[in-house]
Design a protein around this ligand. Structure first.
Ligand code: FMN
Length: 350
């Protein structure tokens, strides 16, 4: 309701200023407890999610408002991507609303305040929130100028493991040159081994599960190789998917901008990739469905196709952060309508 009132003013600003304002408004919200577990509760990678609807990485890059987002009804949120050192990202403008397409193109380039700043916030909230503080994943990346990107991920895993419900290894941003090459089998194996070792050093006997976030622009052979690694290394989940560098037919005048496309035009591609990963893993690795989800029906479709959890970002640009709670309520209706007793029962039932 509030979002609908301020949306014209937000949209009159350039996208990035609008986003800063959104974060500041969320930070000013009165604190509310995270969602309680109910009909939609689901266990994934040993974590008890109160519901399967989460905020995707990139919205709260610097871990400024995880508790405000959880207080709005999301079942979890993923902060980041965070890199070891702060970095400015690409020159502005680098974030575009494609209103006619209900889409976003971004080439932010991992702009973030760095590990130390995020860690201070995560540490402070861990002290405040205690074990009932809700599920906050930390999405980790490498600095653009790093000479050893795998070492960057290891550093991040070591620092963040004690303060994250799960770690999400992001090798699929299209905006850091060469990053997606880490999805290749050899590099990815070395990377995951390094992250597992670093996590173990940091977190002792209660290590957070490791999720891996992949691009939608993968060939069948890549998908098979990634699925093998996920099974072999017992990853907690695969997050499918990041933004696409492909360009389906778009109407907006921003269609030609370089960067990753998200929102409505990504929906079918992300759904197809989810099905591909479901098939390639035989359902043995939990999947997080993300890309173009804007309604409870979309979320339900993704769950029926094999997602244990879903995430969204772009739809919130158009509908506001209250959308999470709306989708949660809609999912409860759809689950009852279709006669399922739990999310776990519905996963992959299409
Ligand atoms: C402005 C913007 C910034 C993003 N930054 C990140 C990021 O830092 N790390 C990451 O893993 N994904 C990032 N993403 C990708 C989203 O997490 C998500 O995978 C993608 O947008 C598809 O979901 P959507 O269609 O619901 O937006 C970003 C997306 C947008 C629109």
């Amino acid at each position: 309701m509030l979002f609908r009132l301020i949306k014209p003013a937000l949209f009159a600003l350039d996208s990035e200023t609008g986003h800063r304002l959104a974060i500041r408004s969320l930070a000013a919200l009165p604190r509310r407890a995270p969602a309680a577990a109910g009909l939609l509760a689901v266990e994934v990678a040993g974590l008890a999610f109160p519901n399967p609807v989460g905020v995707a990485a990139g919205f709260d890059k610097d871990a400024e408002v995880p508790d405000a987002l959880l207080g709005l009804g999301f079942g979890f949120t993923e902060v980041g991507s965070i890199t070891p050192l702060p970095q400015a990202g690409n020159p502005q403008p680098r974030l575009f609303r494609l209103v006619e397409d209900q889409a976003v193109i971004n080439r932010m380039g991992f702009n973030n305040g760095g590990a130390e700043a995020a860690l201070a916030r995560l540490r402070a909230r861990a002290g405040r929130a205690g074990p009932r503080g809700g599920i906050v994943g930390v999405n980790i990346g490498a600095n653009k100028d790093s000479t050893d990107r795998i070492a960057d991920y290891a550093v991040m895993a070591r620092l963040m493991a004690p303060f994250s419900s799960y770690l999400c290894v992001n090798v699929s941003s299209p905006n850091t040159p060469g990053l997606r090459a880490l999805q290749d089998e050899g590099a990815l194996t070395a990377l995951i081994d390094a992250v597992i070792a670093a996590r173990g050093e940091a977190a002792g006997d209660a290590p957070p599960p490791i999720f891996l976030k992949v691009a939608p622009d993968l060939e069948p052979a890549d998908i098979d190789a990634i699925a093998r690694i996920a099974l072999d290394k017992q990853l907690g989940g695969l997050v499918v998917s990041n933004t696409t560098i492909s360009r389906p037919a778009l109407r907006s005048h921003h269609a030609g901008e370089t960067g990753g496309l998200s929102g409505a035009p990504l929906r079918e591609l992300a759904l197809q990739r989810l099905r591909d990963f479901r098939k390639a893993t035989g359902g043995a690795v939990p999947l997080v469905g993300v890309g173009g989800i804007a309604t409870a029906e979309h979320a339900w479709e993704r769950i029926r196709a094999g997602a244990s959890l879903v995430q969204l970002y772009s739809a919130m640009v158009y509908e506001g952060p209250g959308l999470g709670g709306q989708i949660v309520r809609g999912l409860e209706r759809l689950m009852r309508r279709d006669g399922f007793a739990s999310i776990a029962e519905a996963v992959g039932s299409e």
